[in-house]
Design a protein around this ligand. Structure first.
Ligand SMILES: Nc1ncnc2c1ncn2[C@@H]1O[C@H](COP(=O)(O)OP(=O)(O)OP(=O)(O)O)[C@@H](O)[C@H]1O
Length: 265
């Protein structure tokens, strides 16, 4: 074993590799041959006009949507298929649900269980899906709620929390499943402006901790500060990508330029 470890160079494989993804809804190509690699620890922000395919890309990576063409690997595992010696076999829904555990997803609407406290929301997945002992799940949930600044709120029901607090519980709930990758789909766009900052602060901390993140956002300030790379999408295509300083301040493509000029004050 030792000898083998020495001869094998460490493989720096992408956390996400999406190759020529196509996703159609009827005649509409929501994704039109989109390819994207995301390295471990990288923070990628996806920007673009409404309907450009940003959410669809996240949903395909997370296998909430079935792709019509192309392929996706998450942490080296081919999404939706199992490889045998001579062919690929489609996974069952149960097997896809297992693959989906690699990524945690945070939605625009927080989707918390209304009849459960913050703590119960966070331990639900670890106890029922991961079969963690309840005491260990509670200890971890307390730690995560403290991490998102909600140590005092573990007994509160969603209706007793602000939108920003609910979204932070949703982030803690996703983290409790120990994902290797976090996907955020416009996590602050349903919030009152004064609550946006507290959610972005939690996401900033998460990025600093080394979590791989793909964030669909209209918060260009956040993208500028936190992203390693910004991706601009339009009409189902990936138009331009690069460091924030390039894409946000000196975009090369006219459509990126128009979008940024329209969004920035
Ligand atoms: N389930 C669906 N059925 C039919 N069309 C859909 C479905 N989901 C998305 N679409 C269409 O696919 C295109 C891409 O949608 P998507 O939600 O990915 O865009 P988006 O860039 O995330 O937009 P927004 O910023 O408004 O959320 C849109 O034209 C949308 O209407």
């Amino acid at each position: 074993m030792r000898e083998r470890a020495m001869v094998e160079a460490p493989v720096n494989r992408p956390m996400v590799q999406a190759l020529s993804l196509t996703k159609r809804f009827g005649n509409l190509a929501a994704l039109d041959s989109v390819s994207l690699d995301v390295a471990p620890g990288e923070v990628v922000c996806i920007i673009g006009p409404s309907g450009s395919g940003k959410s669809t890309l996240l949903r395909c990576i997370n296998q909430l949507e079935r792709i019509d063409g192309g392929a996706i690997w998450v942490d080296g595992e081919l999404a939706g298929f199992r490889r045998t010696s001579d062919r690929l076999i489609e996974l069952t829904d149960k097997e896809i649900a297992r693959q989906r555990l690699a990524s945690g997803m945070v939605f625009q609407r927080f989707n918390l269980f209304g009849h459960m406290t913050a703590l119960q929301n966070v331990i639900e997945g670890p106890v029922t899906v991961l079969k963690q002992p309840r005491a260990a799940a509670i200890a971890e949930a307390e730690r995560l709620l403290a991490r998102v600044g909600l140590a005092e709120k573990h007994g509160a029901y969603p209706s007793e929390l602000s939108g920003g607090q609910q979204q932070r519980v949703a982030i803690a709930r996703a983290l409790a499943m120990k994902p290797r990758l976090m996907l955020f789909d416009e996590p602050t766009s349903a919030l009152d402006p004064e609550l946006v900052g507290e959610v972005l602060a939690v996401m900033r901390d998460l990025a600093k901790s080394g979590m791989t993140m793909i964030v669909v956002t209209h918060e260009l300030g956040f993208a500028r500060e936190v992203a390693d790379r910004v991706v601009f999408m339009d009409q189902g295509r990936l138009i331009e990508q690069g460091p924030p300083a390039q894409v946000l301040s000196a975009p090369e493509h006219p459509r990126t330029r128009d979008f940024i000029a329209a969004v920035l004050p």
